[in-house]
Every structure is written in structure tokens, then in C-alpha cells.
Write a protein that binds this ligand. Sequence first.
Ligand SMILES: NC(=O)c1ccc[n+]([C@@H]2O[C@H](COP(=O)([O-])OP(=O)(O)OC[C@H]3O[C@@H](n4cnc5c(N)ncnc54)[C@H](OP(=O)(O)O)[C@@H]3O)[C@@H](O)[C@H]2O)c1
Length: 432
Amino acid sequence: MQDPLKIGIAGLGTVGVGVIKILEQTAERIAARAGRPIAITHVSARTRGKDRGVDIGGYTWCDDPGALADAPVDVIVELMGGSDGPALVLAQKSLSAGKHFVTANKALIAHHGQALAESAERSKAVLRFEAAVAGGIPVIKALCDGLAANEIVSVQGILNGTCNYILSVMDQEGADFGDVLADAQRLGYAEADPTFDIDGIDAAHKLAILAAISFGAQIDFDSVSVDGIRAVSPVDLDYARQLGYRLKLIGRAHMVDGMLEQRVAPTLVPVGHPLAAVEDSFNAIVFEGVPVGQTVFEGRGAGEGPTASAVVADIIDIARGGDAPAFGVPAAALKKLSATPTEARQGRFYVRLTVEDEVGVAASIASLMRDHGISMDSLLQRGEAGKGEVTFVLTPHRCALSVIEAAAEARAALEVVLSKPAILRIQDQDDV
Ligand SMILES: NC(=O)c1ccc[n+]([C@@H]2O[C@H](COP(=O)([O-])OP(=O)(O)OC[C@H]3O[C@@H](n4cnc5c(N)ncnc54)[C@H](OP(=O)(O)O)[C@@H]3O)[C@@H](O)[C@H]2O)c1
């Protein structure tokens, strides 16, 4: 057997400790699969003396994670997090020194993936980030290898387990967003600062990475339109069910007239759609490809074991000599695609508004829709006797988001409208 592949790990938190456990506890199996032993030799984190539940006494400690790039190791594994700061410095130093670089850091790749891929190729180093998207589900390898023969038409998925957990509990219990979030934080399912998760940014990082690989394009995180789940109300989950849908936070990317459209938004998906049945903290991704058709991947998108599983898979790939480009094609061949202009983005929408229960209110909403050239697919109306208000849920035919927003703004200005209209996306079964 060959010499061991030497590893330096920066970041010994949830994922870092998971990687140490797999590499130490299943070393024989990993060596057999990798074709050579894998040896952790150097580690770094913020606090040296912290009890991490694993023995790190046999590794050389570096106070400065950036120093790992100068250490005698073959692969640097970055598990600190953050799009800039020490993670970026370590990535730049490692790759320009010709050291292979493995990370679980979606923010780093979403913001700097193109430059890092170019740097890796210049110095003939390998860059890998399987764990950055959907944790334990090997979707990047699936795209780059198993689906390599295909033209990808669309990619969509449930890319954030925390949001899916919150929406699942709201749906099952009819509970409010704030209460479910507080419970999720108490149970450790949501971070103390959940902003990146619930505002859709984490899902947008992952979507931008998947879109770049799917469409052979330079990563373009800034053009992802992002809406999180803060404004979702339990009544929307209930109405979604009545209409034959489930409400999920969906990331979706596809090409429209040669331009790339990427969005993350709470979306109604029909009950028969593979994403509709994905519950709790699970992730799932659906690719539509030609000629393969639809492929669906589901599993755990986060947590120590699933994420470390993907990190170790990348290390094994490098040990085997895998040197394919990080985004599936050489960085110089990645196209710079334009993004679809916001006003041109088409779709179907769910619009909920609560109005005073007055004679003629339905007619005034109908005429407002007509004035904006919007034709209706369905309309639900529900009022509670004695409450003095009535809720309308409108699902217009396919149209531009800008038209819906203009109509909603005009509607919100009507005196009878009691609260800001809720607008959600609808994803239909035949939308590829
Ligand atoms: N957790 C998951 O389920 C999951 C899933 C997919 C991807 N990821 C990604 O994996 C990466 C790590 O996540 P995690 O959950 O393992 O994070 P974590 O538990 O917070 O651990 C972060 C580690 O990085 C170290 N660190 C942070 N800032 C540092 C600095 N400035 N200098 C040196 N060390 C520093 C910390 O040191 P101390 O321990 O000494 O404080 C800690 O060991 C992130 O990019 C995350 O997005 C995580």
C-alpha cells in the first residue's frame, strides 16, 4: 500500500469532530476504499484546550489555521465556516501552494468558488466541496459523474433542513412560525442566530453552487432572488392543503431564453411532486435532465454524521487520484450567464388577502385583477361569522411576478384590505 495521505483539519466543531471519528474509527475500511491509509497529522481551531470528545493529542496543533497551508500535509480540510476571514485565507494559501482543499463551507464556495477553482487549476490542486450542498446526499458527485452525459434542464430542491423542519411542524400542528422556531432552537434544530437559515440565504448558497455545476456556469450568488419563511403563516399551509399542495422552501434554478433564473422562495408544490412528501429536517433535490429524465435524491442534509460522510468521501476521492475540475468542467470553460431580469420572471402565484366583510368586496377585487390584466385560475373565499372579515385566496393563471406585485400593492391600498397581501410561488407538476 502507498504512503498515507496526510490531512490537516481546520475547525474541530460538529463536522470536524465527525470527520476525525470516521477517519480514526473506520481507518481500515477507509484505507481499503481509498487505496492508501489516510492520516490526520495537523489540526487547528480557536480554543486549544477545549474538550471535543475525541483525542486530538496525537496531532500537531496550529494556533493559526492559515499555518496549515505551510504544514507538511497533502490535503487541507476547512471546517470553520464563514465566506471570508480565516476560511478564505486558508483556501487561497492552500490552493496557491498546490495543496488539495476540501471544505463543507457553502458560503465560501458561493462567494469565491470561481476564483478558488481557477487557483486550484493553476497549481494542479484539487478542490472539493460535496458537504457544502445537502450534507450527506452526494448530489455534486451525482451531477459531475453519474449525470455527466446529460443536459440539465432544471434543478430544484429542499436545501435547508431547519426551514423544512419548521414548515413541517407548522403544517402538522397549525403552530405559528415564531413558536416553532423557538422550540427548534431549544431542541438544537436551529442555530441561536437562525438568520441564514430562515431568511433563505443558506439555501441560496447551495442553489448557486448546484446551478453553476448544472449549467456549466460561473457561480452567481448575487442573482439568486431570495425569500425566506419568516412571513409564512399557518393559514397559508392550511390553504395550500385545500388547494392540493404542500408549502415548502424551494430553491430552483433553470434556464429561460439563454438566461439563468435562480430563486429561493416558499413555494406551493403539488401533493404528487417528489418534494411535497419530504418532511422534518430532510433535504431533497430533483434534477430534470436530457436524456435521463427526472432523478430524485433525498437524505439528511446536515448534522455531524451526514456532513462528515461527505467530507470523507471527498478525501477518499483525492486519495484515489480523482482530479476532475471542481465544477465539472475547467474553470476557464464556465460560462458567464446573464440572469433573467426580475420583471421578466414568470410563474404561478398564490395571493392571500384579508378584507372587511362588506357587500361588493369580491367584485372590487375582481375588477382590480381585471384592470391589471390578470385572469384567475381559482378563488377561495372564507369568512367567519361575526368576525367582520373575509379571506380570499386567489391563484391567477401564469403571469409575471411584477404584475402580481403591482396588483397586490394596489389591493393593499384599498381601504377594505386589512393586512399586507401574502404572495407565494406555485410550482406545478409539469414545470421542469
Ligand atoms: N453542522 C452541520 O450540520 C453542517 C452541515 C453542512 C455544512 N456545514 C458547514 O461545515 C462548516 C463547519 O460547521 P460546524 O457545524 O462544524 O461548525 P462549528 O461546530 O461551529 O465548528 C466550527 C469550528 O471552527 C473553529 N473556528 C471558528 N472560527 C475560527 C477561527 N477564526 N480560527 C480557528 N478556528 C475557528 C471553531 O473552533 P473552537 O471549537 O475552538 O471554537 C470550531 O472548532 C461550516 O462551513 C458549515 O456551514 C455544517
